[in-house]
Design a protein around this ligand. Structure first.
Ligand SMILES: [Zn+2]
Length: 103
């Protein structure tokens, strides 16, 4: 029987535990040495701040509407955004029904 340690490096996956940003369930991600992964859907890094402060700057929203631009105050924390397959598939189905996704 082949043991895991005898497999070539490229076949070995590292397991990391993440949390789904939508439902909060734990997701077990398998990351392979070539950078590919299975078990979840990664959307990149998001930034969260403690609070926002309104500035005097405005932006044009069209139709004569303007909105004040806010700037982050306090500590900014970065985190990875992951979704489990169930939440990802539900959102995909919903977007497809609304016609937001054409394929
Ligand atoms: Zn989820």
């Amino acid at each position: 029987m082949t043991k895991i340690k005898d497999l070539p490096r490229v076949d070995r996956a590292r397991e990391i535990k993440k949390q789904c940003a939508v439902c909060g369930n734990d997701i077990l991600i398998k990351v392979f040495p070539n950078g590919k992964y299975t078990g979840g859907n990664y959307f990149g890094v998001t930034e969260k701040t403690e609070s926002y402060r309104e500035t005097s700057e405005t932006m044009d929203l069209g139709d004569g509407l303007k909105a004040h631009i806010a700037e982050p105050i306090g500590k900014i924390t970065k985190s990875e955004y992951w979704e489990c397959s169930k939440c990802y598939n539900e959102a995909y189905k919903e977007a497809k029904q609304k016609g937001e996704i054409k394929y």
